[in-house]
Ligand binder design. Structure first.
Ligand code: NDP
Length: 338
């Protein structure tokens, strides 16, 4: 990587999570050099990142996200290639990275520079800016993967309404916006009654209280929707399944309410309901590119702006703490230049 050699001593700011011998975690803002980065064949100047729930888990230490110490957290970035040994990329190329262990096992996005495997990158579609790509981020890209999974299952707008849980969060807000844009009738479930107008502004036709789905689920309940996008898990997901119409499907992507699933098999065997698991981290490149091309083409930018807050590098730790408390509405973009 010839130009990396010339920039090997270049310094940049990074967040670094460390752990002491007693496994106590600390998060520090440090200055690193390019040659401190982990191996990879493409060097990227990170211009934008974002704060996802998973980043909150990593920075607060509330979930086992980090699996190599020390670690630069941050599972998503948008940036520009600085140097490349990979024939697919050249300096100046606009790129996005979501997942692939970034911020978990490989130094992540909360740094001025990142060195990664070129095969993890995708080219940022021209139709979406780096800022907007991170307003979408893993949360929005996962929402699109959920929609694509429902579509593959034949859950189209004319089949009936779709429930979105964790509605005022990142995955939820983007799922509502994208589904409404495609013509689906969307039912939004939220614990924040005060956000009803916000959710309707994104395209929700109906807003229901999170509590309606929090009790222990019956094996089968009244059929209320044909599909669902669930970022909550636990009793909420069990209720979603019990209330899904015959032949419907629920895409499960999150665990904001718990990792368990206290459900019965009744919806599967008596109504033919399907549970579609979504893992955005290791999705094949072709599916990633399809999801991003659709996001770039289909997402309403006015609504995206209405669900996005932009912060600077210094604000990451505070945003990480607030996302764990369910205090972030929609999405947070980190503009590294602020
Ligand atoms: P956010 O924090 O932005 O959204 C989560 C939302 O869930 C909150 O805004 C809140 O919505 C609701 N919520 C929070 N706590 C609870 C609770 N105890 N009980 C019920 N509802 C709760 O996170 P993201 O949107 O970034 O991520 C959502 C989930 O999806 C996370 O679990 C994350 O790990 C997962 N995820 C998984 C991916 C995958 O590849 N499978 C990729 C991306 C995210 P409200 O206030 O409206 O009720």
């Amino acid at each position: 990587m010839s130009s990396t050699l010339t920039s090997a001593g270049q310094t940049f700011q990074a967040l670094l999570i460390s752990r002491d011998e007693a496994k106590r975690q600390s998060v520090d803002q440090v200055e690193l050099r390019v040659d401190d980065l982990m191996p990879g064949d493409v060097l990227v100047r990170v211009t934008h990142s974002t704060v996802n729930y998973k980043d909150g888990l990593a920075i607060t230490g509330r979930g086992p996200v980090v699996r190599r110490w020390p670690m630069i957290p941050g599972v998503d970035f948008a940036g520009e290639v600085v140097a490349s040994d990979n024939p697919a990329y050249a300096p100046g190329d606009p790129v996005i990275l979501n997942g692939w262990g970034l911020g978990e096992t490989h130094y992540g996005a909360y740094a001025g520079m990142a060195r990664v495997k070129g095969e993890w990158l995708i080219r940022r579609p021209q139709a979406i800016s780096a800022h907007d790509a991170m307003a979408v981020g893993t949360a929005g890209y996962t929402a699109m993967l959920c929609i694509m999974a429902l579509e593959r299952h034949g859950i189209l707008p004319e089949r009936g309404p779709i429930i979105v849980t964790g509605a005022a969060g990142g995955v939820g807000s983007l799922a509502i916006t994208l589904l409404a844009g495609l013509g689906y009738r969307v039912i939004a479930s939220t614990g924040r009654a005060g956000e009803a107008d916000y959710l309707k502004g994104l395209g929700a036709a109906e807003v229901i209280a999170r509590q309606e789905l929090e009790n222990h689920a019956k094996p089968l309940d009244r059929e209320r929707w044909v599909g669902g996008i669930d970022s909550v898990g636990s009793h909420t997901l069990a209720n979603l399944l019990a209330m899904t119409m015959a032949g419907g499907a629920v895409a499960a992507c999150g665990l904001a309410g718990g990792m368990d699933l206290p459900a019965s098999v009744a919806p599967f065997i008596l109504r033919g309901v399907s549970l579609l698991g979504i893992n955005s981290v290791t999705v094949a490149k072709s599916l990633r590119e399809e999801a991003w091309a659709r996001i770039a083409g289909e997402l309403d930018r006015g609504k995206l702006a209405s669900l996005t807050t932009t912060i600077g590098f210094e604000g990451i730790r505070d945003a990480a703490a607030r996302i764990m408390e369910g205090q972030i509405r929609g999405r947070v973009v980190v503009d590294m230049a602020l």
